[in-house]
Design a protein around this ligand. Structure first.
Ligand code: ADP
Ligand code: MG
Ligand code: MG
Length: 636
C-alpha cells in the first residue's frame, strides 16, 4: 500500500450514495491518464519487493506469545528518515491492516543491473534490523503469514477484548484495537464491508481432521456472546472466523515491476497470471488460523472471505432486487481476465460489468480487453471514501480510480502510472506467502523477477484458460499441494508473442516439481529456463553464487526434497508434546513454534528439512566501484 490518503471517512450510507459518482469519475480519470500516457515508452526495468512483518511479544516464563499492538508507535520512528529525506531513506515503512503489522520496501526500486539481485537479501536484512533496533527486549519481529492464535482468547499485548455488540467488525474473536489505529482507512473498510454485505463476513475454512478431532467438528459460539448469527454462518467441520482481521491481518510478499511500455506491462500481467497459483503453492506458509490446524496451507481464501462485501443478491443467494449484478467472486480474488492480445483466446470466464462504463471506455478509444478489465474492476463500489476527496479534477486527479483499483485485491494488479509522478506502467505480483528468512524471501523475489526477464527475452507463453487458473488456485490451497496436486500448465510455451491458437493439447496437468524442474521432452522447467538465461548474461561470480543458492532452494522446495513453510509448521505442531491431536494448537505449542520461527529467521536454528544447508553470504551489497561503473555489468 502506498501513502494513504488522509481525511475524514464518510459513513457507509454516505459512501453508498456517492458510489456511482466515484465509479463514473474513476473511469474518466483512467481514460484521461490512459490517453496521456499510452504512448509512453523507454522506461527501464525497475522493481521492488514488499515484505510484511508482525511484532510479537514473548512471555518466556508464562510461555505465551502475543501480538504487540505497537505498529503506530514503531512506524512513527521508522518513517522519521523518510520524513526528513524522502528520497534518501534506505527503506520505506507503511502501515498495514493490523496494529501489530508493518510493511517495509526498499528505499528506492531496484534497477536493471543484474548485480542488484545480489543486494535484495541484505536490503531485507537491513530492513528487519531497522525494526528490531526499536523493539523491546521481549519483542520479536516475524515474517510469518498468519499468527497462529489470532482470535483465541487473549492474544494481544496489551490485552483487549472483542466487542461483538459494537465496533467496526462486531467480531466474537477480534478486539477493535487489533485494527491499525492511526489511520481511519482500516476500520472504515471493516465497517463498510460489513454494512454493505448486510452482516458480518463469514470465513469458513476446512479443519484438518486429526486422530482426536471431534466429528462433526462444531463449535459452541454462544459462549462467546453470539446472537445466533455466527452459529448459523459457521459450517460444520470448518474453522469459522468472522472478521476482516483474520484475512487482512495476514502478511505476504509482493513484487512490483515497471515495464518498458504499456504493451509490455499488459503482456507481463498476463504471463505472470498463470504462475500465481503455482507460486502460491510453493510459498504456502499458513496452515493454522484461529488456533486450529486447517486442511489448507495458504491464506488466500481466508482473505477473500474476510473482505467479501457482496450482498446476498450479489452472491446469487436471493434474486436481484436492489443490486445490479450477480458477482461470482469477492473483491479479494484471483484475476478474471487477460488483457494482452495473446490472452484473448483464453478469456473463457464471462466478465461481469456495467455496459455503460464499458461503453464509455470503449468510445474513448480503449480496446475491449483493457476496457473489459477496468469495467470489471468497477463493478465494485467504493468501501472507503474521505469527504476531502469527493470533488476531483478528472483531468489530473486519480483518487477515484485508485479508490476502486486499490480495493480490488487480486493476484495480479495492473498499475497505470500514478498521477503527477514520473513512474511508468507497472504490474504487481501478489500471491506469495511470506517466508521466515530473508534468504527465502530474496530467493522468491529474485526468481520471479528473473522469470519476467526470461518471459520477455525468450518470448515465452504460459497462458492457459483463465478458468483453469482459477481451478489451480483451488488446488494450490490444499495441504501439501506441492507434493500431491497437479496443476494445469502450458507446456507448449514457445510462442513469438503473436496471437496464439487455442488447442486443448497446449496445456496439461503437471506437478509442481515438473513445472519447476522439468518433465522429459514436454517441458524444460522454470528453474532450468532461468538458469539458461543466467548463463547467457554476463554476471559477476558473487551474484552468480547467490543466485545459485536461490535456485537450489526453489528447485528443492518444488521437488519436495525441502518442505514448504506450511508443512514445516505442521510437522512442528504434530511433534509438540502439548498437541493433543485434536487440531487445536495450544498456547504453549504456538509459543514454541514462534520461538522456533524466530530462531530460524535469525539463523540460530538449523532446520535441514526447511532450508537444507542453503544460505547465501550475509553481507551482499553492491560495491561502490560497481555502482560507479555500471558498464562492467550486463544490462538486462
Ligand atoms: P502498492 O500499490 O503495493 O502500495 P507501492 O507504490 O507502495 O505499491 O510500491 C510497491 C513496490 O513498488 C515497492 O517494492 C517499490 O520499491 C516498488 N516501486 C516503486 N517505484 C517503482 C517503479 N517505478 N517501478 C517498479 N517498482 C517500483
Ligand atoms: Mg501491504
Ligand atoms: Mg503491494
Amino acid at each position: 500500500m502506498g501513502l494513504l490518503s488522509e481525511g475524514s471517512p464518510l459513513s457507509w450510507p454516505e459512501t453508498k450514495a456517492l458510489a456511482a459518482h466515484v465509479q463514473r469519475h474513476g473511469i474518466e480519470q483512467f481514460i484521461s491518464q490512459f490517453n496521456r500516457l499510452k504512448e509512453r515508452r523507454g522506461d527501464s526495468l525497475k522493481w521492488g519487493d514488499e515484505v510484511e512483518y508482525m511484532v510479537v511479544r514473548l512471555d518466556r516464563r508464562a510461555r505465551t506469545a502475543r501480538l504487540a499492538l505497537r505498529s503506530a508507535e514503531l512506524l512513527d520512528q521508522l518513517q522519521a528518515t523518510e520524513r526528513r529525506h524522502p528520497d534518501a531513506a534506505p527503506s520505506l515503512w507503511r502501515p498495514e491492516y493490523g496494529a501489530y503489522m508493518v510493511e517495509g520496501t526498499p528505499g528506492q526500486p531496484y534497477g536493471s543491473l543484474i548485480s542488484f539481485f545480489n543486494t535484495v537479501e541484505s536490503n531485507m536484512r537491513a530492513r528487519r534490523q531497522e525494526v528490531e533496533a526499536l523493539l523491546q527486549p521481549d519483542e520479536i519481529l516475524l515474517s510469518i503469514t498468519s499468527f497462529p492464535r489470532l482470535g483465541c482468547g487473549t492474544f494481544t499485548e496489551p490485552p483487549c477484548r472483542p466487542t461483538p455488540g459494537s465496533g467496526s467488525s462486531r467480531s466474537l474473536f477480534i478486539p477493535e484495537e487489533v485494527i491499525f489505529p492511526a489511520h481511519p482507512r482500516f476500520a472504515t473498510l471493516t465497517r463498510n464491508i460489513r454494512e454493505r454485505r448486510g452482516k458480518k463476513v463469514a470465513i469458513n475454512m476446512p479443519v484438518l481432521v486429526d486422530e482426536r478431532t471431534p466429528r462433526p467438528f462444531v463449535e459452541d459460539l454462544a459462549r462467546l456472546g453470539d446472537d445466533g448469527s455466527s452459529q448459523a454462518a459457521a459450517l460444520p467441520d470448518h474453522v469459522y472466523m468472522d472478521a476482516m482481521a483474520f484475512g487482512m491481518g495476514c502478511c505476504c510478499l509482493q513484487i512490483t515491476f515497471q515495464a518498458e511500455n504499456l504493451l509490455e506491462a499488459r503482456r507481463l500481467y498476463d504471463q505472470l497470471n498463470p504462475l500465481c497459483p503455482i507460486l502460491l503453492a510453493l510459498t504456502a506458509a499458513s496452515p493454522i488460523h484461529r488456533g486450529m490446524l486447517l486442511a489448507t496451507d495458504c491464506r488466500w481464501d481466508v482473505i477473500a472471505m474476510s473482505c467479501d462485501c457482496r450482498t446476498d443478491e450479489e452472491r446469487g443467494l436471493t434474486p436481484l432486487r436492489q443490486d445490479r449484478f450477480v458477482i461470482p467472486k469477492s473483491r479479494y480474488g484471483s484475476t478474471d481476465s487477460y488483457i494482452s492480445e495473446c490472452g484473448r483466446p483464453y478469456n473463457d470466464v464471462e466478465l461481469v460489468m456495467d455496459p455503460a462504463l464499458f461503453g464509455r471506455l470503449a468510445e474513448s478509444g480503449i480496446d475491449d480487453l483493457l476496457a473489459g478489465h477496468v469495467a470489471h474492476l468497477f463493478i465494485r463500489e467504493p468501501i472507503s471514501l474521505f469527504s476531502e476527496k469527493v470533488q476531483q479534477d478528472d483531468a489530473v486527479d486519480m483518487d477515484h480510480f485508485e479508490n476502486i483499483q486499490s480495493t480490488n485485491w487480486q493476484t495480479m494488479r495492473f498499475k497505470p502510472p500514478p498521477a503527477g509522478s514520473n513512474i511508468g506502467w507497472r504490474v504487481e505480483f501478489r500471491p506469495c506467502e511470506v517466508q521466515l528468512t530473508d534468504f527465502e524471501n530474496a530467493a522468491i523475489v529474485c526468481f520471479v523477477v528473473l522469470l519476467t526477464r526470461v518471459i520477455l527475452s525468450y518470448k515465452l507463453n504460459f497462458l492457459i484458460p483463465i478458468s483453469k487458473v482459477d481451478e489451480n488456485m483451488r488446488r494450490a490451497h490444499k495441504k501439501d499441494a506441492v507434493l500431491t496436486e497437479k496443476f494445469w500448465f502450458r507446456s507448449d510455451f514457445l510462442c513469438d508473442g503473436s496471437p496464439c491458437v487455442d488447442a486443448e493439447t497446449e496445456y496439461s496437468e503437471l506437478t509442481v516439481n515438473e513445472i519447476f524442474n522439468g518433465k522429459g521432452d514436454e517441458f524444460p522447467g522454470l528453474v532450468p529456463l532461468v538458469t539458461h538465461y543466467l548463463n547467457a548474461v554476463n554476471i559477476d561470480a558473487d551474484t552468480r553464487c547467490t543466485m545459485g543458492q536461490y535456485l537450489q532452494l526453489i528447485r528443492r522446495r518444488a521437488s519436495g526434497e525441502l518442505q514448504t513453510t506450511a508443512s514445516w509448521i505442521r510437522r512442528f505442531v504434530a511433534g509438540h508434546a502439548d498437541y493433543a491431536r485434536d487440531s487445536v494448537v495450544p498456547e504453549s505449542t504456538a509459543f514454541d513454534l514462534l520461538v522456533a520461527c524466530q530462531e530460524v529467521t535469525a539463523g540460530r536454528r538449523a532446520e535441514p528439512t526447511l532450508l537444507g544447508r542453503l544460505g547465501s553470504r550475509t553481507d551482499n551489497h553492491l560495491p561502490a566501484a560497481i555502482l560507479r561503473t555500471p558498464s562492467l555489468y550486463k544490462q538486462v
